[in-house]
Ligand binder design. Structure first.
Ligand SMILES: *[C@@H]1O[C@H](CO)[C@@H](O)[C@H](O)[C@H]1NC(C)=O
Length: 326
């Protein structure tokens, strides 16, 4: 009996160990989040967090942990792009390019392919400092193999060429080369990741470079609406990674399975404990915390509505060249 109990306990501990993931790092102040983009200002070390919704809200904090304070909308008049959804902008990605902060944003409506990626610029990221510049030239319409949403900028470390990775649902994650100033599309989009099972529910890509490898993080599954449309088990949002020696691919997962033709992807963060449906992620190289994975998630003690989502972050450890949440 005792032996059986111990054995059972060992099995339980092992099972828990196999799936255990660290809780999110601390967050104080205003921690509501949806598709966050986090960047540390080089001049003074202040942290800025940009979020999906209305006119792209700006939150600012002295540390990644907070206290986060709301500053106002980045694009108060809405986007000058003439499309439905231009007063409800999504999925910001903010980067420093040649001394200017560039924010990529999405104009779309939920589940519709009539979409465009626009951009705005600022010298310092503060509320009131952003100038909307409109279209990047990345767009989609009904019948395309992709949806022009969820931009992520990357610079090739050997050629210095910029590209934007984006999408999607439909055919999955795509990439497009950009002009030298990173603001205008300069070529045709091509597919870099795809999931042929289910609804091809992969989106929200973020490309991170480390030691000559490009890491493609993406969100897979159902992002939203958990209170009204609870997903089948395991089909809620979660974060996968694939990697490649070249920013344009081919991307494979940890087992060498193609992320374009083999439905590959290595799970980085899924639901665990009070964390449900983490996604909308990005990666920050931070001088004090190291490499940080940040994301939004539903905190099951707070609520599972979109309006309840919280900002989460964890440091990443690297084992054999693959990231794990620590
Ligand atoms: C691919 O889609 C299936 C069905 O929705 C899902 O269960 C699986 O986790 C997805 N895998 C990736 C790598 O996105």
């Amino acid at each position: 009996m005792k032996f059986l109990y111990c054995l059972l306990q060992a099995v339980v501990v092992f099972a828990a160990g196999a799936v255990a993931q660290a809780n999110p790092g601390a967050c104080s102040g205003h921690c509501w989040s949806h598709d966050p983009s986090v960047i540390r200002r080089a001049s003074d070390g202040a942290y800025f967090r940009f979020e999906t919704g209305s006119l792209i809200g700006i939150w600012k904090a002295p540390d990644l942990t907070g206290p986060w304070e709301y500053q106002g909308p980045a694009i108060p008049a809405g986007s000058i792009i003439d499309l439905p959804g231009n007063d409800d902008l999504w999925a910001p990605d903010v980067r420093l390019v040649d001394g200017t902060y560039i924010m990529y944003y999405t104009v779309s409506t939920f589940g519709v392919q009539n979409s465009a990626i626009g951009y705005a610029t600022s010298p310092d990221m503060e509320a009131g400092s952003w100038t909307d510049r409109g279209h990047t030239g990345i767009s989609s319409r009904e019948g395309d193999d992709f949806n022009a949403i969820d931009a992520s900028l990357m610079r090739d470390i050997s050629t210095s060429a910029y590209s934007v990775t984006f999408g999607s649902f439909w055919g999955g994650i795509f990439q497009i080369p950009m002009e030298g100033d990173a603001t205008t599309a300069a070529g045709q989009p091509f597919n870099i990741a795809h999931n042929s099972t289910g609804a091809n529910a992969i989106e929200g890509p973020f490309v991170h470079e480390r030691d000559g490898w490009y890491y493609l993080f993406f969100s897979s599954g159902q992002c939203c609406g958990y209170d009204t449309d609870f997903p089948a088990p395991g089909e809620e949002y979660k974060i996968y990674v694939c990697r490649s020696r070249s920013v344009g691919g081919p991307y494979v997962d940890r087992n060498g399975v193609s992320c374009l033709t083999g439905n590959g992807g290595t799970l980085v963060l899924g639901s665990h404990g009070f964390v449900f449906g983490p996604g909308g992620q990005g990666v920050l190289s931070d001088p004090s915390y190291g490499t940080v994975l940040y994301y939004h998630y539903a905190h099951t003690d707070i609520g599972i509505r979109d309006a309840d989502y919280q900002f989460g972050w964890n440091t990443l450890s690297w084992n054999d060249g693959w990231p794990t949440v620590s």
